[in-house]
Design a protein around this ligand. Structure first.
Ligand code: F6P
Length: 319
């Protein structure tokens, strides 16, 4: 292994830079140089790269986003889109590649293995935490803490006005970020894609809460379960109370990685690079029960609903 490529793909996640730093410095220690693919998958087609020496990655550990940037490139699924990638790979003469991202990026990685014979190791990074084969992905903890901080602040104004707030949390089709935000903020309700809900029941619970003396109602909505704008309109219409809504959106993706994400990204970036050198590739390295765990890159199905259901049950007991 003399030349290793690094690519960040999918939505950015706090801690991606920390992982890039870990890969570059581990590879350097093992005698290899690292080439950063700029602009993600599109950059691989366009051949946009940057040198990544240990000095170049100093001062990035704590920075949100990804210095490599991440652009989607759906054309990679087609023959026309694959041809420019082949050209770049020929030019770069890489011995291996570390891909930091989510399931879409791992599908791309699988294609690099199957069609170009390039050894690839995946590092899970997405705020959605929806990748099978790891308990947690880089960026989830930071996004969760951002959501918690926002909901805590909203609660202050909600109580002051006795209002209902509907707060939409990211997570694509997966409800884990929303479920854990709800537990950690003591929200009154959580609406998740994994569990069918009835807005009449939700309204009944809110009214009951006010009757028992509650001064506000916080409803966390996973983006995969519905739009906060629609849900808040429906609740206001039924209860004739003051309702406000907030979409947390991309705020959850930015900012400095949490301590947990910095450690996770450092560990996974380091281990993924070691794996390339050990000839263990075609794999993603994750963490299960606090131990490294590898799983096949090409068998990434849907994230299991059971973690979301477990947290939803806890939330219901504690509310
Ligand atoms: O996958 C990460 C994520 O932030 C999801 O939670 C969200 O649905 C999506 O990306 C948003 O994508 P974009 O940045 O393209 O709007």
């Amino acid at each position: 292994m003399k030349r290793i490529g690094i690519l960040t793909g999918g939505g950015d996640a706090a801690g991606m830079n920390t992982a890039v730093r870990a890969v570059v410095r581990t590879a350097h220690g093992l005698g290899a140089e690292t080439i950063g693919i700029r602009k993600g998958w599109r950059g691989l087609a366009e051949g946009t790269t940057m040198e990544l020496c240990p000095r170049r990655v100093s001062g990035i550990l704590h920075q949100g986003g990804t210095i490599l940037q991440t652009f989607r490139y759906p054309e990679f699924a087609t023959d026309e889109g694959t041809a420019p990638v082949a050209k770049t790979l020929e030019k770069l003469k890489l011995d291996g590649m570390i891909i930091i991202g989510g399931d879409g990026s791992f599908r791309g990685g699988t294609k690099l293995i199957k069609e170009f014979g390039l050894p690839v190791v995946g590092v899970p990074a997405t705020i959605d935490n929806d990748i099978p084969g790891t308990d947690i992905s880089i960026g989830f903890d930071t996004a969760l803490n951002i959501a918690i901080d926002a909901v805590d602040k909203i609660r202050d104004t909600a109580t002051s006005h006795g209002r209902i707030f509907v707060i939409e949390v990211m997570g694509r089709e997966y409800g884990l970020l929303a479920a854990q935000t709800a537990i950690a903020t003591g929200a009154e309700e959580v609406l998740l894609p994994e569990i069918p809900f009835d807005l009449d029941d939700v309204c009944r619970n809110i009214s009951e809460g006010y009757r028992r003396g509650k001064e506000h109602a916080i409803i966390i909505v996973a983006e995969g379960a519905g739009k906060a704008s629609y849900i808040s309109y429906e609740i206001k219409d039924r209860l004739k109370r003051s309702v406000r809504m907030v979409v947390l959106g991309h705020v959850q993706r930015g900012g400095s990685p949490s301590g947990y994400d910095r450690i996770l990204a450092s560990r996974l970036g380091h281990r993924a690079t070691e794996m390339l050198f050990e000839g263990k590739h075609g794999l993603m390295v994750g963490v299960v029960a606090n131990k490294f765990k590898t799983s096949s890159l090409d068998k990434k199905t849907k994230a299991p609903a059971k973690s979301v259901l477990r947290d939803a049950r806890l939330m219901e007991i504690l509310v």
